[in-house]
Design a protein around this ligand. Structure first.
Ligand code: UD1
Length: 366
């Protein structure tokens, strides 16, 4: 049995992980000496610091400063530098979040050192192994001791792959943090004037997945789709898509699209405010599909499949890929059913409280 509070390290590095970490960090403080390791995968102010500030996250204890790079280089650098960080922090457990290169490298570094891993948002599958995220999440799940799954589908995916121990029905931490921030979202009314849009009268667009952005043909067809959509379109551009637009010489074409407002990546509260007042959300982001679903806003997902199948079966999300026909048809159609904000707790407990409790219990019995 561990004497005193155990040491737990959370390893994060990309935008969606800072969001997931926020509620968990608050609860882990009560049961552990909690350290945050930032891989440095995302490093721009808009992609990192703004989330720490807005979500009142404690500053990372260690920043590995890996920056961008190819998958091998980025994952390898995180793995190597994480090992050093874990040697100095000596945690009894490591928590990783989601499905980025930081998730896999952090989990691998810990598992190889014999440190048990807890995976927040375990069990999600797209069943498309060409996606880097699918590789990351599968590998991470198979080396984790605690698997915090958010949906019954995620649980089923894990058991089908033979993972039967350490499963914890935590619910969804992204749903929880959204609830916690709702009043701030409602107060962010000036945003619409700042951007120059009328609430309810615009489409919110985001695109950042490698399979959509790094292929010039797919990116060009996305740009011509945007041109054909009437009315205001707000497009907060991830650096990956901004760079690709420049690289594939599409800058002039994008600039000439009528009613397109291209803006910087938005902080968390602003992003939720933009989703909640959008006519429709068009995105390839996993997080935004869910946020649109939670906020009752119809979503068109610019992919062929989704890990969040419930959003589709409940009629709030339509998979359209980058098909002009499917997108135009879906934009004309009234959504068959959207889901209003319901309960985010599981058996009366918040997801982050369930995670912290399970971590404490797990370490107590070792
Ligand atoms: C990563 C995740 C993806 C997640 C996304 C959230 C992987 C494999 N992918 O994708 O699952 O949905 O984060 O945003 O881990 N860049 C900057 N500044 C930054 C960060 C990135 O300019 O602060 C640019 C660089 O040119 C970089 C590119 O964006 O090469 C891509 O960044 P990277 O972290 O490799 O992947 P994401 O596309 O952000």
């Amino acid at each position: 049995m561990i004497k005193g509070k155990p040491i737990v390290a959370s390893i994060v590095g990309a935008r969606p992980q800072f969001i997931k970490l926020a509620p968990v960090a608050a609860h882990l403080k009560a049961v552990s000496r909690h350290h945050i390791i930032h891989s440095g995968q995302h490093y721009d102010y808009d992609m990192s610091d703004t989330f720490f500030d807005q979500l009142r996250l404690p500053s990372p204890d260690i920043n590995l400063n890996v920056g961008s790079g190819g998958h091998g280089r980025q994952t390898g650098r995180i793995l190597e530098r994480c090992e050093k960080a874990l040697i100095s922090l000596r945690p009894q457990m490591v928590l990783v979040y989601g499905d980025t290169n930081t998730t896999l490298a952090g989990a691998l570094a810990a598992a190889k050192m014999g440190i048990p891993v807890g995976h927040v948002e375990a069990g999600l599958r797209s069943f498309r192994m060409s996606m880097p995220e699918e590789i990351n999440r599968r590998m991470t799940d198979h080396i984790s001791s605690l698997l915090f799954y958010p949906t019954p589908t995620a649980r089923k995916n894990l058991t089908t792959e033979g993972i039967k121990t350490g499963l914890v029905n935590s619910g969804d931490v992204m749903y929880e943090i959204l609830h916690m921030c709702l009043s701030l979202v409602k107060n962010r009314k000036s945003l619409f004037d700042e951007i120059g849009i009328v609430p309810g009268n615009y489409i919110l667009v985001t695109l950042h997945r490698a399979e959509n952005v790094d292929d010039p043909k797919r990116l060009s067809s996305f740009v011509s789709i945007l041109r054909n959509i009437e009315g205001p379109k707000v497009f907060p551009a991830h650096p990956r898509v901004k760079n690709a637009i420049r690289r594939f010489k599409l800058t002039k074409e994008v600039a000439s699209i009528p009613d397109l407002i291209l803006c910087r990546p938005q902080p968390y509260i602003e992003s939720l405010a933009l989703i909640s007042s959008a006519r429709t959300v068009m995105t390839d982001s996993g997080g935004m599909q869910k946020e649109a679903f939670f906020l009752g806003v119809p979503c068109l997902t610019l992919r062929e499949e989704t890990e969040w199948v419930e959003t589709v079966t409940r009629g709030a999300n339509t998979l359209v890929g980058l098909s002009h026909t499917k997108i135009m048809r879906a934009l004309k159609k009234r959504p068959t059913g959207s889901v209003r904000l319901g309960k985010y707790k599981v058996r009366g407990q918040a997801p982050s409280a369930i995670i912290a409790e399970a971590v404490a219990k797990f370490l107590d019995t070792r």
